[in-house]
Design a protein. Sequence first.
Length: 462
Amino acid sequence: MDFIGRKRDVVILTLANILVFVASIVIGFINFAAFGDNPSGVFANIVHIANASCLISLTFLTAIEIGSNFFDKSAVWYTTGIAASILFTVYFSSETNLMLQSIGLGISYEYTKYVSPILCYTAFIAGLIFFMYFFNHDYPIAFLKEEKVSSIIILALSGIAYDILVFFNFTFFAVIPVFLLSIYWYIRFCYNVYRKNGFTLTFAYSSVIFTLFVSIMVGEAITNSSDYMFNSFGITSFYAIAMVILFFLIYIDFVLRTTRKADASTIYEKRLNELQASILKNQINPHFIFNALNVIKSQYLISNARGDAAMDIFSKHLRAYVEAGDEFLVPLSKEIDNLNSYLEILNLSSDNKFTVYYDIESFDFEVPYFSLQPIIENAYKYSQIQFKENGYLRIVTNEDDDFYHILVIDNGVGFDVNTIKNTSTGIKNSKDRFKLLLNASFEIDSKIGEGTKVIIDIPKKK
């Protein structure tokens, strides 16, 4: 996880949440002192607009959460439940009732006094349960089974008590145990973060959303109780808007973290491919040296002059390999130069010469170093072009809008492709490097008695 805060910052986050809650209580008393039970005027109109806006935003947010469960495998249903619970808590709040009345929608006294508060508190209780499972899922709070069960029992009893006390205007007393339970949860959350030596942005945002949610319901409960000079008008809407903003900040943080992980994964994959290519490239050196030394040995058996000539060609070829150093890719022209040196060595090893034709239309691309050499060796060893009358190799390059194409064609005796899969280390090496470094396809098409064609398609970089 990407920790943005350490142990000392848990205290700052806690103080911020306390400030959010205390502010809601202070504002509630100020509201009552300024506007009484029935706010009106410009302030009331502003709150009504804010209320309508937050309901639209919460509906949109809930739709996003529902959609994410279908399209994002990493999404969890807890966050959908939290978003929906916040939406319905706000929708059934006393503040929304006043907004609906202000636009002329007839709402009965029984609905605003009894039905709406009960539905509002039911949505709130559901939201708290979703919060409990969310924090336990996303952050290893390690709630004991007994803690979960007892928490749900307390929430259920509080809901029943609220449904009863709403008829006696004492709903605030039903909220007290839930408020204390919320404090206990928050202590557990923060203790876990403290123990883990840090917290994420998502945890910080989520904890504030939790506090805003509890603050809204506490304000609603006090407002719906008698004998308290308190009015939560405005708190619900503006706190709900704050929760929507924090939700979107969580989305942004998620996208940024996912992008960073994808970038890190890409860099890691690139480095891994280069390491694998380096290992494969280093395999070529002893493989080629072994074959070349056999050729040089055979030339010395014929004459010292032929042996010396073979040694000069081998030295030139080996120097090119040493100069390559850590290069993984080289221009095609340089690879062809290396190929010509190798072909000279091959022609020295046999009295039967073969001809190489180049049909190069495209030079402007790169290939893995010494990647074409095993293909020529394959034609020499398996297709046996050196024994074919008028044996030849034809190397063709061209391109289209999407690919560079390399074709290596011979008129040798051909072979069964399946017979060389486990014996031709060089071919497998080249195929793997083309795939690792260029994401290129590499196909061998050989027909016995007709010859062999190797087809390499290299995607162009867009």
